[in-house]
Design a protein around this ligand. Structure first.
Ligand code: BGC
Length: 754
């Protein structure tokens, strides 16, 4: 949603409302640290007894609330450009969402900020936040500890800036590789995405910040996201996107879930009883609250009955309209109370009542260090002919750095995930770098400088890479050419194809033809096609590399860090191989909303258009495997500067299946290997050839070997049996396969499970 101009408008509204609001509502920090640093009086009341459970504490507060106070908790305070601004918004911390608390009872407001790969909109609030590598990059690390740290940085920086709720946790699977938000998500596999988002949420919530998981569910493309009606059958849904959410909820215990914009099998996600109540709240026992994506609420009674607890960002349906519905008996008090109870219990569970926010100085250096380390573990080495990498600074005399603004910065992903770079957009003149909605933002982390710093004796020259002939000329005379190429992507759009933007394919091809030691560095969120793949000596995928991306990349290029990332998404050979070679696009009448939309229009929603996900559960590698389509680079693939050897597989069935094996570092460098465990189900299960059932990242010194055990949850070996309405293990022979890529699994063992 576009609200680039919102700050000015908000400030004007805020000033106009100030006098009114000061009589009707307390200042920011009631029940939280005071804005001016003074600690507000500690809230009192029986609900402050921390030996009680969050549910019991919430119930005690609920008993005290008037109808108006309850209504206040179930909607946001408005956002210019989308909804009217309510007077209570004056107390907000300047984030994208705000729910007024109950100051008289010491219940703070909920101050929400987008925070996918860092805290959003810090620039317009005059603050700093660290950009971590894009979420898809974090997924490429396959590292649960790094995912936790990633979430913890976000939680810490939110708190330091005065927020107590994160809008992050993107978990939609890469079902459509051209989805403009692929960079915000965690890849194409439900076990990988669900496990990592769970760890990320744990990290965020460890900082006493409410964490969320989004966009629930099947918001797998941006084209027509407000109107598309996704058709998918139940088993396929449960075993793909919904499994990722199920694992994420079970692992991360998010206090909140954000329902998505789209329709699923007829109903909007935010009024879809099957999704919100049957699955999430009953089957998965999610005790938290469901909030709508911004403008994703379309009704009062239907949404409430379906299980939507909180309308964001305003109160078209959950303000006066809700109150009237309760007063007229159309909605029962018990139903309202359930929504309120869930919101309150989440606040207690996440600790936002007991540990009030205190604004503080962000640990810029510490968080940059985390961002760099996570990027170092996320970069994927796709090709390394004749070990051209790592570069030896003692031997390289000249380096041509080409393309993608590599002299000044590295690109980031756009939309509501956008983190603002310190000093502004690196490709703009100083002082003109404010960020705007859907503008390409480059972080001031310069690969050119990082390379020069690591090869101080070498002559390092830059060519912008705009003209293939000039780029080739620059590459020709150098010992090594490092050519950077990018695809920018953002919320609110899908990519037209999987090619590098503009003439970059021609530039890369020309550089690789001119210099046999060409190293390609990709900065993309989605997979890209590579018509030139055979020519360069080396290819690295650096994703959107975050605030300190250039140093991470420099360390990998020169070998002080051994690359260990593995692809969380398959790179196909061409768009023709995708499940939907042409993306399903909305007719003009169903294009996305732009600008403010009247309640009646929102209630009706845009006319639905249909998208049938008939590939079903065959998302990503499951599709390419089942359809026998060769790929460019497979899921789970990534090289290292050392070599690993796998031996000694033992599979022991039990409560969970234990998969034990030994990984050895047989090469000349220390490193970390992502060991992947897949299973092929019995033929009668009618499943794709294999599925990921577990993984672990093993750190190994050169010559070291380690025996590890991966515990496989029986659910990951099961199918969803629609008739039984439950997960079911199909009796028969299971082939367990272990190795370093979905396409290279040297260890195999068949076990009979029943
Ligand atoms: C996005 C959400 C985001 C929300 C608030 C929506 O347009 O889909 O991911 O959290 O806006 O900015």
């Amino acid at each position: 949603m576009n609200f680039s101009a919102r700050t000015a408008a908000l400030r004007i509204c805020a000033l106009m409302l100030l006098s009114f609001a000061s009589f009707t509502a307390p200042s920011f920090g009631q029940g939280a640290g005071h804005a001016h640093g003074k600690q507000a009086a500690k809230p009192t009341g029986p609900w402050m007894n921390t030996s009680l459970s969050p549910d019991d504490r919430a119930a005690l507060v609920l008993k005290e609330l008037t109808l108006d106070e309850k209504i206040l908790l179930i909607h946001g305070a408005g956002l210019e450009g989308m909804t009217p601004i309510s007077p209570t918004r004056i107390n907000s911390n300047g984030g994208v969402g705000f729910v007024m608390g109950i100051p008289r009872l010491g219940i703070p407001g909920i101050d929400m900020s987008d925070a996918a790969y860092g805290v959003r909109s810090s620039g317009e609030n005059g603050r700093y936040s660290t950009a971590l590598p894009a979420n898809v990059g974090a997924a490429a690390s396959w590292d649960v500890d790094a995912a936790y740290e990633y979430g913890a940085v976000i939680g810490r920086e939110l708190r330091a800036q005065g927020f107590n709720m994160s809008l992050g946790g993107g978990t939609n699977l890469t079902r459509e590789s051209r989805n403009g938000r692929t960079f915000e998500y965690l890849g194409e596999d439900p076990v990988l995405a669900g496990t990592l988002v769970g760890k990320l949420i744990q990290g965020t919530q460890s900082q006493h910040v409410i964490g969320d998981i989004k966009h629930y569910a099947f918001n797998d493309q941006e084209s027509g996201r407000n109107s598309v009606n996704i058709h998918i059958d139940e088993r396929a849904g449960r075993e793909s996107d919904l499994l990722a959410f199920e694992i994420g909820v079970a692992t991360g215990h998010p206090a909140a879930t954000m329902c998505s914009y789209n329709r699923i099998n007829g109903d909007f996600a935010c009024e879809n009883k099957y999704l919100l109540t049957t699955l999430l709240k009953k089957d998965w026992k999610f005790p938290g609250f469901v909030l709508s994506d911004w403008g994703g609420t379309h009704s009062t009674e239907k949404a409430s009955a379906a299980g939507l607890d909180n309308e964001e960002p305003g109160e078209f349906f959950y303000g006066d309209a809700y109150k009237t519905a309760v007063q007229s008996g159309k909605i029962s008090t018990a139903e309202l109370d359930d929504h309120v109870q869930r919101i309150l219990r989440s606040m207690f569970a996440a600790g936002v009542v007991d540990f009030p926010r205190e604004r503080s100085v962000i640990d810029v250096l510490g968080d940059l260090d985390v961002a760099r380390r996570i990027e170092e573990g996320s970069i994927v080495l796709l090709k390394n002919t004749k070990s051209v990498l790592p570069l030896d600074p003692a031997k390289v005399r000249s380096i041509a750095v080409i393309g993608a603004h590599a002299d000044v910065g590295m690109i980031s992903g756009g939309g509501s995930a956008q983190v603002d770079p310190p000093g502004g957009n690196a490709i703009m003149p100083p002082g003109q770098g404010a960020t705007h909605w859907q503008e390409q933002i480059w972080f001031p982390t310069s690969p050119l400088k990082a390379i020069q710093a690591r090869a101080p004796e070498a002559s390092v020259k830059y060519d912008p890479g705009t003209d293939p002939a000039a780029a080739a000329e620059a590459a020709k005379g150098a010992d090594v050419a490092v050519v950077f190429a990018y695809v920018w992507e953002s919320e609110g759009m899908d990519l037209p194809n999987l090619s590098l933007t503009g003439n970059q394919d021609a530039v890369v091809a020309a550089v690789a033809a001119a210099n046999p030691k060409t190293i390609v560095v990709l900065e993309t969120g989605s997979p890209v096609t590579m018509p030139w793949v055979d020519s360069p000596a080396a290819i690295l995928e650096a994703w959107y590399a975050g605030s300190d991306g250039a140093n991470a990349l420099g360390n990998v290029l020169f070998g002080s860090v051994n690359p260990s990332g593995k692809l969380p998404n398959t790179f196909p050979k061409s768009e023709a191989d995708l499940p939907h070679p042409t993306i399903v696009k909305p007719p003009p009448a169903s294009e996305n909303f732009t600008g403010p939309v009247a309640p009646a229009v929102r209630a009706a929603g845009l006319p639905a258009f249909q998208a049938t996900y008939d590939e079903g559960l065959k998302v990503g590698y499951k599709w390419y495997d089942a359809e026998n389509k060769p790929v460019l680079f497979p899921f789970g693939y990534g090289l290292s500067y050392t070599t690993y050897d796998y031996t000694g597989l033992t599979v022991t069935p039990g409560q969970s299946v234990e998969v034990t094996f030994t990984v050895a570092n047989t090469g000349g460098r220390n490193g970390s290997e992502v060991a992947e465990v897949y299973a092929a189900l019995p033929a009668s299960a009618d499943e794709p050839p294999k599925r990921l059932v577990g993984f672990t990242k093993v750190k190994l010194q050169t010559g070291e070997k380690r025996t590890v055990t991966v515990e496989v949850d029986p659910k990951y070996l099961s199918i969803f049996d629609v008739k039984k309405n439950d997960w079911s293990l199909v009796p028969g022979d299971y082939t367990f396969m272990v190795g370093g890529s979905s396409a290279d699994l040297p260890l195999k063992q068949v076990v009979t499970l029943r």
